[in-house]
Design a binder for this molecule. Structure first.
Ligand code: ADP
Length: 397
């Protein structure tokens, strides 16, 4: 007999907390929402329930206040009758290092390890842990599960994940490529294999949003991905540079008098679309400006497309061909112009876009022509459901 249960999927940041509550195994979203400006004043939260979205102002002194408010809303709106109905809470955790190749049930050892891994993700892991600790305290009877952004990429071969730097940097300090967006690429891997009815499919997953990464997938496993030691690697992104020659860092420090932290901040927050165009990190603004003939917006768009095409070409060879190229995340799901610009560049491989099919937003769709050598899809990603699935699977064992 199937067990039905309610599972929370949580993504805690330093000043925000996003949640979805699922009825599993049907994967029905019962309620979802976001708490913002936790601990920094001016707090508020939004909740989506029964197709309605409500926003409430409330001072959120810390994550405990946010989670308690969430619990109160669940009870008031009769999403649950009592806290015991919540059987599991799945937490997104950014960095699992080499320790976690899949999700885990969180216990004291796991918390300690995630804490130790904070030196690899100083902005994210501590914030994720605040979420974990708060839910453990306030919903103590639920099974807490950690789902890592890096875990899916632990199948990469050493030749792919190592940097050509002194080997002891890897051995002593964990210097290597880890890759991120793992839950999204994993979702795309599963869903594409399902659509193609081929568990061994060769898939190039293009997660392009504000942050962006590509992933080469074979037999359901990540064999390569474009992000590296940190998420500021690989593609050009909304405000991140992606790959650069690292030697330009001391050069710019010397020329501008900026500190190391300031230059690193420039590379994360003032580069990419924003840096090149001088207009915005949002691809919609770039597309609008480019359509009006703004040269730097056109250049930014050309560069953005170029980097993605380069990775697709690389992964096409690495995979020995491809069965599907999939677009997902904000830009991938919504920007028909970016998708077309990318696919047009793949003409030498016989890959062709169906412009009419491509004229959609945010829906699962085949957008290549019938005679295209590789199928091209839009598949909206769903990282939250991956967290809910993993959490449910632990409890339902
Ligand atoms: P994040 O990496 O923050 O999760 P998202 O995946 O939500 O980002 O992607 C956000 C980006 O998606 C926006 O910055 C914007 O550039 C892009 N985007 C969203 N809608 C559209 C659209 N209609 N056309 C072009 N780009 C869009």
């Amino acid at each position: 007999m199937k067990k039905y249960m309610k599972i929370l999927s949580v993504n805690a940041g330093s000043s925000s907390l996003k949640f979805q509550m699922y009825e599993m195994p049907e994967e029905k979203v019962l309620i979802s929402g976001t708490f913002e400006r936790i601990g920094i004043g001016g707090g508020f939260y939004t909740i989506k329930l029964n197709g309605e979205k409500i926003k409430k102002e409330k001072e959120l002194a810390d994550h405990s206040v946010a989670v308690q408010t969430l619990i109160d809303e669940l009870l008031e709106n009769k999403v649950i009758e009592s806290l015991d109905e919540i059987k599991g809470v799945g937490h997104r955790i950014v960095h699992g290092g080499e320790k976690y190749a899949s999700s885990v049930i969180i216990n004291d050892d796991v918390i300690k390890t995630v804490e130790e891994l904070s030196s690899l993700a100083p902005l994210h892991n501590p914030a994720n842990l605040i979420g974990v600790r708060t839910f453990m305290e306030l919903i103590p009877n639920a099974t807490q599960v950690g789902c890592f952004d890096t875990a899916f990429h632990q199948t990469m071969a050493k030749r792919e994940f190592l940097y050509p730097v002194p080997y002891e940097w890897y051995e002593k300090y964990g210097v290597r490529r880890y890759g991120f967006h793992g839950m999204s690429h994993n979702y795309i891997a599963n869903r594409t294999a399902e659509i193609l009815e081929n568990p061994n499919a060769r898939i190039i997953s293009c997660h392009i949003g504000n942050g962006g990464s590509l992933c080469a997938i074979k037999d359901g496993k990540s064999i390569d991905t474009s992000m590296g030691f940190t998420p500021n690697a690989g593609l050009m992104m909304g405000s991140r540079s992606g790959d650069i020659d690292c030697t330009l860092i001391p050069y710019i420090m010397d020329k501008t008098g900026e500190s190391l932290d300031e230059v690193i901040n420039d590379l994360n927050k003032k580069s990419g679309y924003l840096g090149v165009s001088g207009i915005s990190s949002d691809s919609r603004d770039i597309e609008d400006a480019a359509a009006q003939g703004n040269e730097r917006a056109i250049l930014a768009q050309d560069m953005y497309v170029e980097k993605i095409v380069n990775y697709i070409a690389e992964y096409y060879l690495e995979l020995g061909g491809a069965d599907a190229i999939v677009f997902t995340a904000g830009v991938g799901e919504n920007s028909k112009d970016t998708r077309k610009a990318i696919i047009d560049r793949l003409a030498p491989l016989g890959i062709k876009i169906d412009e009419e099919a491509n004229n959609v937003r945010g829906e699962e769709k085949l957008i290549s022509t019938e005679d295209s050598t590789v199928k091209v899809y839009i598949i909206p990603t769903d990282e939250e459901v991956m967290i809910a699935r993993d959490t449910f699977n632990f409890i339902n064992k």
